[in-house]
Design a protein around this ligand. Sequence first.
Ligand code: FES
Length: 209
Amino acid sequence: MSDPTTNVTGTPPPAGEKPPTAITGAPAAPKPAAAAAKPAPAKGKPARRSVLFAIVATPFAVAWTTFVAAMGLMTLGTLRFLFPNVLNEPPSRIKVGFPDDYEEGKVVDRFKDKHAWIVRHNGVLYALSTTCTHLGCTPNWLEREQKFKCPCHGSGFYITGINFEGPAPRPLERWAISVGDDGQIVIDKSKKFQKELGQWDSPESYILV
Ligand code: FES
């Protein structure tokens, strides 16, 4: 067998030169086995999900969904016409207790959520509407200042409901008021009385106490 560090002439290669590669004719050493084949993606959920996604995302599916939604909205619109709104308005007549429950010179705002202040003033009981006559906000009764003050634009009203400051053009309105068969005060919000029209003179707009 020849020395791999010598050339074909049997002399060693000059210094600094790489020895030639041996030609042996022997079969090449087996290469390391190729990287193990990656495992095939497991069949099942992920594959099914992507199929479903493909179906849903197709333009046909999108168009169909849009069509069904449009038809649903049209049906709802038709039903809306068949069944018009039913107005569940609160009752216009409310009982607010007995005349003796009210103190002279006091404003009771217990019924403010029903849009009424009950006032006993100078021997008369009346129910003022809580709607500001400027633009419809709800004023507050300021006990210390003895006035109704609107938080929106500053209109002020005396205890009588008459306007005296701010942009409100006219007094607060009164609701119809009466004493029922059981002796209780009844406020009827289906009727309003306006001072500037002389309607506060109507006996329906106050109770003498
Ligand atoms: S709404 Fe009351 S002052 Fe404007």
